[in-house]
Design a protein around this ligand. Structure first.
Ligand SMILES: [Zn+2]
Length: 138
């Protein structure tokens, strides 16, 4: 049984997010700023990156909007492969603020029932995201 048979609708959710981003005029790679409305160079095709790797996600959370990230192929293979989650989430907050949701994003790997986090003991904290956001100049 494939993922999509097991969780019907999850790909529709992914595609709806992509269409929504484009319809809001969001046509740039969040890392390098390459703009697909101006150029569709073969090596910089638009891709959707999952901030928490799909293989690390509870399947029903893989395609939640807060886990999705717009990048070009080159950034997907390059800097995103080793970028910290805090920095990726700062890019999320900068480029897609209405879908930024740190608590929901923590569910991606931790599942439907979040562990009882001690304050400041989360895998990623809002303070870490805010520091990265400052560094991005946002
Ligand atoms: Zn890029």
């Amino acid at each position: 049984m494939t993922h999509d048979e097991y969780f019907p609708g999850s790909n529709e959710r992914l595609h709806a997010w992509i269409v929504g981003q484009r319809s809001q005029g969001r046509t740039k790679c969040w890392v390098c700023g390459h703009d697909w409305s101006k150029s569709n160079a073969q090596f910089r095709r638009a891709q959707t990156h999952h901030i928490e790797r799909k293989s690390h996600c509870y399947p029903e959370y893989a395609h939640v909007e807060c886990n999705l990230f717009t990048s070009c192929e080159q950034c997907h293979m390059g800097p995103l492969a080793t970028m910290s989650h805090a920095l990726q989430l700062a890019h999320k907050l900068k480029n897609d603020p209405e879908n930024f949701n740190l608590q929901m994003w923590l569910h991606c790997r931790d599942g439907p029932v979040l562990r009882d986090y001690e304050p400041g003991n989360e895998r990623v904290t809002q303070a870490e995201v805010d520091l990265e956001l400052d560094a991005l100049g946002a």
